[in-house]
Design a protein. Structure first.
Length: 108
């Protein structure tokens, strides 16, 4: 029952994420255009503050509510887990950039 309730709560954000189909590079170059938009991304997490799009160390994520995000450092068959995120900010840097997100849900 709890899973069904959770899906119902996140359904609008999940629908938005699927419709937009954003990837990291599009969000990074889009700037404010994608602020407050939902994204369904494969994320690798580790120690607090360390999160990466598709496990790529050059595609950094800053997760505002990192303590709520389950840790996923990889497994034999995957280096990331699908997570629903809300984009809060985008910052380009000399080394690429950082997308600031809020964790919403991890899919099993």
């Amino acid at each position: 029952m709890k899973n069904r309730e959770t899906i119902k709560q996140i359904e609008p954000a999940l629908r938005e994420a699927k419709n937009l189909g954003l990837d990291y590079d599009t969000a990074l170059t889009g700037g404010d255009k994608y602020r407050d938009k939902s994204a369904l991304w494969c994320v690798q997490t580790g120690s607090e503050g360390a999160a990466f799009y598709k496990g790529d160390l050059s595609r950094r994520l800053f997760v505002k509510n990192h303590q709520a995000m389950p840790s996923f450092t990889g497994s034999k068959h995957a280096n990331c887990a699908d997570m629903l995120l809300k984009i809060e900010d985008v910052r380009k840097t000399a080394s690429g950039g950082v997308v600031t997100v809020r964790f919403v849900h991890k899919f099993e």
